[in-house]
Design a protein around this ligand. Structure first.
Ligand code: DGY
Length: 331
Protein backbone atom coordinates (compact mmCIF):
# COMPACT_ATOMS: atom_id res chain seq x y z
CA UNK A 1 0.00 0.00 0.00
CA UNK A 2 1.33 3.46 -0.85
CA UNK A 3 2.45 5.73 1.97
CA UNK A 4 0.20 8.67 2.85
CA UNK A 5 1.76 12.13 2.98
CA UNK A 6 -0.05 15.05 4.63
CA UNK A 7 0.98 18.54 3.43
CA UNK A 8 -0.33 21.01 6.00
CA UNK A 9 -0.89 24.03 3.69
CA UNK A 10 -1.12 24.68 -0.04
CA UNK A 11 2.51 25.16 -1.13
CA UNK A 12 4.12 25.25 -4.60
CA UNK A 13 2.74 22.42 -6.73
CA UNK A 14 6.18 20.87 -7.29
CA UNK A 15 6.00 19.13 -3.90
CA UNK A 16 2.72 17.45 -4.80
CA UNK A 17 4.02 16.54 -8.27
CA UNK A 18 7.25 14.94 -7.03
CA UNK A 19 5.55 13.00 -4.28
CA UNK A 20 2.76 11.76 -6.55
CA UNK A 21 5.26 10.75 -9.25
CA UNK A 22 7.16 8.81 -6.60
CA UNK A 23 3.97 6.82 -5.90
CA UNK A 24 2.79 8.43 -2.66
CA UNK A 25 -0.80 9.25 -1.79
CA UNK A 26 -0.75 13.00 -1.11
CA UNK A 27 -3.31 14.89 0.92
CA UNK A 28 -3.04 18.69 1.04
CA UNK A 29 -4.91 20.66 3.73
CA UNK A 30 -6.92 23.17 1.70
CA UNK A 31 -7.56 25.67 4.51
CA UNK A 32 -6.62 29.33 4.16
CA UNK A 33 -4.55 29.17 7.38
CA UNK A 34 -2.89 26.61 9.60
CA UNK A 35 -4.93 23.85 11.21
CA UNK A 36 -5.61 23.99 14.92
CA UNK A 37 -3.53 21.45 16.80
CA UNK A 38 -6.50 19.05 17.32
CA UNK A 39 -7.26 19.22 13.57
CA UNK A 40 -3.61 18.64 12.75
CA UNK A 41 -3.36 15.67 15.11
CA UNK A 42 -6.55 14.14 13.73
CA UNK A 43 -5.26 14.35 10.15
CA UNK A 44 -1.68 13.39 10.99
CA UNK A 45 -3.00 10.21 12.63
CA UNK A 46 -4.24 9.11 9.21
CA UNK A 47 -0.84 9.85 7.57
CA UNK A 48 2.56 8.16 7.43
CA UNK A 49 4.58 11.33 6.83
CA UNK A 50 4.10 15.04 7.32
CA UNK A 51 5.22 17.98 5.22
CA UNK A 52 4.85 20.71 7.84
CA UNK A 53 5.05 24.51 8.01
CA UNK A 54 6.31 26.87 10.71
CA UNK A 55 2.83 27.58 12.11
CA UNK A 56 2.19 23.90 12.91
CA UNK A 57 2.77 23.19 16.60
CA UNK A 58 4.63 19.91 16.71
CA UNK A 59 5.20 19.73 20.46
CA UNK A 60 5.29 16.92 23.01
CA UNK A 61 1.50 16.63 22.94
CA UNK A 62 1.64 16.22 19.16
CA UNK A 63 4.32 13.52 19.36
CA UNK A 64 2.49 11.72 22.19
CA UNK A 65 -0.37 11.28 19.75
CA UNK A 66 1.47 11.02 16.44
CA UNK A 67 4.56 8.99 17.34
CA UNK A 68 3.62 6.60 14.52
CA UNK A 69 4.83 9.05 11.83
CA UNK A 70 7.76 7.81 9.77
CA UNK A 71 9.20 11.20 8.90
CA UNK A 72 8.59 14.97 9.02
CA UNK A 73 9.83 17.36 6.32
CA UNK A 74 9.50 21.01 7.31
CA UNK A 75 8.88 23.64 4.62
CA UNK A 76 11.16 26.25 6.30
CA UNK A 77 14.75 26.60 7.38
CA UNK A 78 13.64 27.39 10.94
CA UNK A 79 12.07 24.57 12.93
CA UNK A 80 11.52 26.12 16.35
CA UNK A 81 7.86 25.03 16.04
CA UNK A 82 9.04 21.41 16.30
CA UNK A 83 10.12 19.80 19.55
CA UNK A 84 13.03 17.98 17.90
CA UNK A 85 13.95 16.21 21.15
CA UNK A 86 10.42 14.75 21.29
CA UNK A 87 10.61 13.78 17.59
CA UNK A 88 13.96 12.11 18.21
CA UNK A 89 12.57 10.30 21.22
CA UNK A 90 9.75 9.03 19.02
CA UNK A 91 12.33 7.95 16.41
CA UNK A 92 11.08 10.42 13.80
CA UNK A 93 13.63 12.12 11.54
CA UNK A 94 12.98 15.79 10.81
CA UNK A 95 14.33 17.84 7.91
CA UNK A 96 14.31 21.55 7.07
CA UNK A 97 15.01 23.62 3.92
CA UNK A 98 18.33 25.47 4.25
CA UNK A 99 20.27 27.16 1.41
CA UNK A 100 17.37 27.54 -1.05
CA UNK A 101 16.14 30.66 0.77
CA UNK A 102 19.42 32.23 1.85
CA UNK A 103 19.65 34.78 -0.98
CA UNK A 104 16.00 35.78 -0.62
CA UNK A 105 16.19 36.20 3.16
CA UNK A 106 19.49 38.09 3.07
CA UNK A 107 17.92 40.45 0.52
CA UNK A 108 15.24 41.32 3.05
CA UNK A 109 17.82 41.98 5.78
CA UNK A 110 19.86 44.10 3.36
CA UNK A 111 16.78 45.96 2.10
CA UNK A 112 15.54 46.67 5.62
CA UNK A 113 18.97 48.01 6.57
CA UNK A 114 18.90 50.54 3.74
CA UNK A 115 15.23 51.40 4.29
CA UNK A 116 15.86 52.11 7.97
CA UNK A 117 19.06 54.07 7.39
CA UNK A 118 17.11 56.51 5.17
CA UNK A 119 13.70 56.30 6.93
CA UNK A 120 12.15 55.12 3.67
CA UNK A 121 8.98 53.39 4.85
CA UNK A 122 8.09 56.32 7.13
CA UNK A 123 8.77 59.00 4.51
CA UNK A 124 6.70 57.12 1.95
CA UNK A 125 3.79 57.33 4.39
CA UNK A 126 4.27 61.10 4.92
CA UNK A 127 3.80 61.70 1.18
CA UNK A 128 0.52 59.78 1.27
CA UNK A 129 -0.50 62.05 4.14
CA UNK A 130 0.17 65.18 2.05
CA UNK A 131 3.19 66.24 4.11
CA UNK A 132 5.69 66.73 1.25
CA UNK A 133 5.55 70.52 0.92
CA UNK A 134 9.13 71.70 0.29
CA UNK A 135 12.81 70.76 0.35
CA UNK A 136 13.96 70.38 3.97
CA UNK A 137 17.69 71.05 4.50
CA UNK A 138 17.71 69.80 8.09
CA UNK A 139 14.90 67.27 8.20
CA UNK A 140 14.52 63.61 7.22
CA UNK A 141 18.23 62.99 7.63
CA UNK A 142 19.40 59.41 7.57
CA UNK A 143 22.78 57.84 8.18
CA UNK A 144 25.24 56.39 5.67
CA UNK A 145 26.38 52.80 5.65
CA UNK A 146 29.69 52.97 3.79
CA UNK A 147 32.60 51.75 5.88
CA UNK A 148 30.43 51.02 8.91
CA UNK A 149 30.64 47.85 11.01
CA UNK A 150 28.16 45.08 10.36
CA UNK A 151 27.60 42.75 13.31
CA UNK A 152 26.09 39.38 12.48
CA UNK A 153 24.43 37.41 15.25
CA UNK A 154 24.33 33.84 13.89
CA UNK A 155 26.85 33.42 11.06
CA UNK A 156 25.16 30.63 9.11
CA UNK A 157 24.28 30.59 5.43
CA UNK A 158 21.96 33.62 5.52
CA UNK A 159 24.35 35.62 7.68
CA UNK A 160 27.11 34.92 5.19
CA UNK A 161 25.06 36.21 2.25
CA UNK A 162 24.22 39.34 4.26
CA UNK A 163 27.95 39.84 4.99
CA UNK A 164 28.74 39.43 1.29
CA UNK A 165 26.05 41.96 0.28
CA UNK A 166 27.18 44.55 2.85
CA UNK A 167 30.83 44.18 2.01
CA UNK A 168 30.27 44.39 -1.72
CA UNK A 169 27.92 47.36 -1.57
CA UNK A 170 29.28 49.36 1.35
CA UNK A 171 32.74 47.98 2.17
CA UNK A 172 31.44 47.28 5.66
CA UNK A 173 33.70 45.62 8.23
CA UNK A 174 32.18 42.36 9.43
CA UNK A 175 32.18 41.07 12.98
CA UNK A 176 30.10 38.14 14.18
CA UNK A 177 29.02 36.13 17.17
CA UNK A 178 28.05 32.51 16.75
CA UNK A 179 27.90 29.21 18.64
CA UNK A 180 31.12 28.25 16.87
CA UNK A 181 33.72 29.92 14.65
CA UNK A 182 32.86 30.17 10.96
CA UNK A 183 36.23 29.91 9.23
CA UNK A 184 34.73 30.27 5.78
CA UNK A 185 33.21 33.64 6.70
CA UNK A 186 36.50 34.70 8.26
CA UNK A 187 38.36 33.77 5.06
CA UNK A 188 35.85 35.11 2.54
CA UNK A 189 34.72 38.31 4.28
CA UNK A 190 37.48 38.95 6.80
CA UNK A 191 34.78 38.46 9.44
CA UNK A 192 36.09 38.74 12.99
CA UNK A 193 34.69 36.53 15.73
CA UNK A 194 33.74 38.58 18.80
CA UNK A 195 32.00 38.00 22.12
CA UNK A 196 28.31 38.90 22.39
CA UNK A 197 29.25 41.95 24.45
CA UNK A 198 31.67 43.17 21.76
CA UNK A 199 29.08 42.56 19.08
CA UNK A 200 26.67 44.83 20.95
CA UNK A 201 29.26 47.53 21.54
CA UNK A 202 30.92 47.64 18.13
CA UNK A 203 28.14 47.08 15.59
CA UNK A 204 26.74 50.00 13.60
CA UNK A 205 24.25 47.59 12.07
CA UNK A 206 23.45 44.46 14.08
CA UNK A 207 21.68 41.84 11.99
CA UNK A 208 20.13 38.74 13.59
CA UNK A 209 20.36 35.47 11.63
CA UNK A 210 20.36 32.92 14.46
CA UNK A 211 17.93 30.15 15.23
CA UNK A 212 15.39 30.66 18.00
CA UNK A 213 16.41 28.40 20.88
CA UNK A 214 16.43 28.39 24.66
CA UNK A 215 19.77 30.26 24.47
CA UNK A 216 18.67 32.95 21.99
CA UNK A 217 15.08 33.57 23.15
CA UNK A 218 14.83 37.19 24.29
CA UNK A 219 18.59 37.72 24.10
CA UNK A 220 18.03 41.17 22.57
CA UNK A 221 16.43 42.84 25.56
CA UNK A 222 16.70 46.04 27.60
CA UNK A 223 20.16 45.12 28.88
CA UNK A 224 21.53 44.31 25.44
CA UNK A 225 19.96 47.31 23.65
CA UNK A 226 21.44 49.57 26.34
CA UNK A 227 24.95 48.36 25.40
CA UNK A 228 24.54 49.13 21.70
CA UNK A 229 25.67 52.36 20.03
CA UNK A 230 23.08 55.14 20.10
CA UNK A 231 23.58 55.43 16.33
CA UNK A 232 23.05 51.72 15.67
CA UNK A 233 20.44 49.89 13.62
CA UNK A 234 18.97 46.57 14.78
CA UNK A 235 17.78 44.16 12.06
CA UNK A 236 15.93 40.90 12.71
CA UNK A 237 14.96 38.53 9.89
CA UNK A 238 15.22 35.27 11.85
CA UNK A 239 12.57 34.86 14.55
CA UNK A 240 10.72 37.51 16.55
CA UNK A 241 11.30 35.58 19.76
CA UNK A 242 15.00 36.51 19.64
CA UNK A 243 14.14 40.08 20.63
CA UNK A 244 11.87 41.39 23.37
CA UNK A 245 9.57 43.71 21.49
CA UNK A 246 8.60 45.96 24.41
CA UNK A 247 12.29 46.46 25.18
CA UNK A 248 12.96 47.27 21.51
CA UNK A 249 10.16 49.85 21.50
CA UNK A 250 11.60 51.36 24.67
CA UNK A 251 15.15 51.39 23.25
CA UNK A 252 13.91 53.30 20.18
CA UNK A 253 11.72 55.70 22.17
CA UNK A 254 14.53 56.51 24.60
CA UNK A 255 17.03 56.71 21.71
CA UNK A 256 19.22 53.94 23.15
CA UNK A 257 19.50 52.80 19.50
CA UNK A 258 18.80 54.71 16.27
CA UNK A 259 16.60 52.39 14.23
CA UNK A 260 15.23 48.93 13.59
CA UNK A 261 14.20 46.79 10.65
CA UNK A 262 12.08 43.74 11.31
CA UNK A 263 10.81 40.98 9.07
CA UNK A 264 9.82 38.99 12.13
CA UNK A 265 7.95 40.32 15.13
CA UNK A 266 7.00 39.18 18.57
CA UNK A 267 4.17 38.26 18.49
CA UNK A 268 3.21 37.61 14.87
CA UNK A 269 1.21 39.00 13.26
CA UNK A 270 2.06 42.50 14.52
CA UNK A 271 -1.01 44.52 15.47
CA UNK A 272 -1.68 47.65 13.37
CA UNK A 273 -1.49 49.95 16.43
CA UNK A 274 2.05 48.82 17.34
CA UNK A 275 4.11 51.98 18.07
CA UNK A 276 6.97 50.63 15.92
CA UNK A 277 4.86 51.22 12.81
CA UNK A 278 4.82 54.98 13.29
CA UNK A 279 8.48 55.48 14.16
CA UNK A 280 10.55 57.28 11.50
CA UNK A 281 13.59 55.03 11.60
CA UNK A 282 11.74 51.73 11.70
CA UNK A 283 10.75 49.44 8.83
CA UNK A 284 8.60 46.36 9.35
CA UNK A 285 7.66 43.60 6.92
CA UNK A 286 5.24 40.67 7.45
CA UNK A 287 7.71 37.73 7.63
CA UNK A 288 8.48 37.57 3.91
CA UNK A 289 12.15 36.55 4.06
CA UNK A 290 11.65 33.48 1.87
CA UNK A 291 8.79 34.91 -0.18
CA UNK A 292 10.21 34.75 -3.70
CA UNK A 293 9.08 32.43 -6.49
CA UNK A 294 12.54 30.84 -6.54
CA UNK A 295 12.92 30.29 -2.81
CA UNK A 296 9.42 28.92 -2.21
CA UNK A 297 9.77 26.58 -5.21
CA UNK A 298 13.15 25.40 -3.86
CA UNK A 299 11.67 24.87 -0.39
CA UNK A 300 8.76 22.80 -1.72
CA UNK A 301 11.08 20.72 -3.88
CA UNK A 302 13.60 20.09 -1.11
CA UNK A 303 10.91 19.15 1.42
CA UNK A 304 9.43 16.63 -1.04
CA UNK A 305 12.87 15.26 -1.93
CA UNK A 306 13.59 14.70 1.75
CA UNK A 307 10.52 12.48 2.07
CA UNK A 308 11.30 10.62 -1.17
CA UNK A 309 14.94 10.03 -0.14
CA UNK A 310 13.86 8.81 3.26
CA UNK A 311 11.55 6.14 1.87
CA UNK A 312 13.90 5.20 -1.01
CA UNK A 313 17.24 5.06 0.80
CA UNK A 314 16.65 5.71 4.50
CA UNK A 315 18.43 9.07 4.10
CA UNK A 316 17.43 12.73 3.99
CA UNK A 317 19.21 15.58 2.25
CA UNK A 318 18.89 18.03 5.14
CA UNK A 319 18.02 16.15 8.31
CA UNK A 320 18.24 18.07 11.59
CA UNK A 321 18.35 14.98 13.85
CA UNK A 322 20.37 12.58 11.64
CA UNK A 323 21.15 10.15 14.46
CA UNK A 324 17.57 8.92 14.15
CA UNK A 325 18.26 7.79 10.59
CA UNK A 326 20.86 5.30 11.73
CA UNK A 327 18.50 3.66 14.23
CA UNK A 328 16.11 1.22 12.59
CA UNK A 329 12.64 1.64 13.88
CA UNK A 330 9.71 -0.71 14.13
CA UNK A 331 6.49 1.21 13.55
C1 DGY B 1 11.93 29.95 7.39
O1 DGY B 1 12.18 29.25 6.42
O2 DGY B 1 12.29 29.63 8.54
C2 DGY B 1 11.15 31.17 7.15
O3 DGY B 1 11.18 32.03 8.24
C3 DGY B 1 9.72 30.81 6.82
O4 DGY B 1 9.12 30.28 7.97
Amino acid sequence: MSKKILITRIIPQIAHELLTQAGFEVNVWQGDGPMTQPELIERARQADALLSLGADRLNQNFFDQCGHLDVIAQFAVGYDNIDVAAATQAGIPVSNTPDVLSEATADIAFGLMIAVSRKMFYLHKTIEQGQWKKFEPLKNLGIELTGKTLGIFGMGRIGMVMAQRCQGAYKMKVIYHNRSRNEEAEKLYGARYVSFEELLKESDVLSVHSVLSAETRGIFNKASFSKMKKSSIFINTSRGGVHKEDDLIDALQTKAIWGAGLDVTNPEPMQPDNPLLSMPSVAVLPHIGSATEEARYGMARLAAQNIIEFYANGKMLTCVNPKVLSISKEK
